[in-house]
Design a protein around this ligand. Structure first.
Ligand SMILES: C=C1C[C@]23C[C@@]1(O)CC[C@H]2[C@@]12CC[C@H](O)[C@@](C)(C(=O)O1)[C@H]2[C@@H]3C(=O)O
Ligand SMILES: O=C(O)CCC(=O)C(=O)O
Ligand SMILES: [Fe+2]
Length: 322
């Protein structure tokens, strides 16, 4: 197994855009946040607290089972339980996780084998949570379409609503890292290595343990103060392409903690496999050229899964402009 690599500490930031979904002008703030950061925090999100707490307690129960029991739900090829190894190409982190397809009814058998006799409750907990989060993601995407003055409000959200949408749901658990216990040198170790998310949009909720960091345009890293009552949203690679680079897919990572466990749940809203991912004609101004070669989500995903976490996956699809 490869060593977890030490990284430089980042500063905590209060500059992360905060979007209040109950405010009438949220669409303009959303567009600005996607352009400048590709990342923002959402409050007044409408996801019921009970859905969040039920699923979190189910997850905590699962991760506290003996290792041999958890391993029965793995390896995550492509879905199921994973420990330290992320993806198929040798990436490792201080993390264990559950990964599922997010459409209702998907991976039901897998869930049944993972959660045993608790299946009914857990399946409901996952379905309730994922459908509420997906609804909120669609609302955000519709506000973004409005903010961009696109006539077809559901131009992005219809891709998540499609029955064939290739969306994922992941629950990550970062146990306290013994190597960092009592460490006074401010060292950091990687929980989940730096990357961008390939899909359209990712919606993350975590408990109150810090760890998530995002990279700013100048390449510096800032720590995201945790907030268990809010959601954090990332622009994914596909939304960057659909907006011809106007929205930025944010690089992010998670650092391990020496004393507290972090539990995060992320919904990755993706398009159907056959969907052509290309800049929207309505967003192209004048003679503006597409910055990307044409590809389908299937082609992008196939290429992404051949690469390491930190690789620039979109680079392979960028057009070389003279
Ligand atoms: C190293 C990898 C893990 C990943 C698949 C990949 O080959 C490259 C993209 C990775 C990523 C990042 C965001 C999500 O956590 C994820 C589920 C996804 O869709 O792309 C993971 C993949 C994974 O863990 O399988
Ligand atoms: O666990 C987290 O907080 C973020 C993880 C992440 O970025 C991912 O799973 O893609
Ligand atoms: Fe991510």
């Amino acid at each position: 197994m490869k060593q977890l690599s030490p990284i430089k500490p980042a500063t905590f930031s209060s500059s992360i855009p905060l979007i209040d979904l109950s405010k009438p002008d949220s669409k303009n703030h959303l567009v600005k946040a996607c352009e400048e950061f590709g990342f923002f925090k959402v409050i007044n999100h409408g996801v019921p607290t009970e859905f969040i707490s039920s699923l979190e307690s189910e997850a905590v129960k699962f991760f506290s089972m003996p290792q041999s029991e958890k391993e029965k739900a793995g390896p995550p090829e492509p879905v199921g339980y994973g420990n330290k190894c992320i993806g198929p190409n040798g990436d490792v982190g201080w993390v264990e996780y559950l990964l599922f397809r997010a459409n209702p009814g998907f991976d039901e058998q897998r869930l049944a084998s993972i959660f045993g006799r608790n299946t009914e409750f857990t399946r409901c907990a996952v379905d309730d949570y994922v459908s509420a989060v997906k609804r909120m993601a669609c609302e955000v995407l519709e506000l973004l379409a409005d903010g961009l003055k696109i006539q077809q409000r559901d131009v992005f959200s219809k891709l998540l609503m499609d029955e064939q949408s290739d969306s994922l749901f992941r629950v990550n658990h970062y146990p306290p890292c013994p190597e960092l216990q009592g460490d006074t040198n401010g060292r950091n170790l990687i929980g989940f290595g730096e990357h961008t998310d390939p899909q359209i949009i990712s919606v993350l909720r975590s408990n109150n343990t810090s760890g998530l960091q995002i990279s700013l345009r100048d390449g510096s890293w800032i720590s995201v103060p945790p907030d268990q009552n809010s959601f954090f949203i990332n622009v994914g690679d596909s939304l960057q392409v659909m907006t011809n680079g106007r929205f930025k897919s944010v690089r992010h990572r998670v650092v391990a903690n020496g004393s507290k466990s972090r539990v995060s749940m992320i919904y990755f809203g993706g398009p159907p496999l056959s969907e052509k991912i290309a800049p929207l004609a309505s967003l192209m101004e004048g003679e503006e050229d597409s910055l990307y070669k044409e590809f389908t989500w299937f082609e992008y995903k196939k290429s992404a899964y051949k690469l390491r976490l930190a690789d620039n996956r979109l680079g392979l699809f960028e057009k070389i402009v003279a």
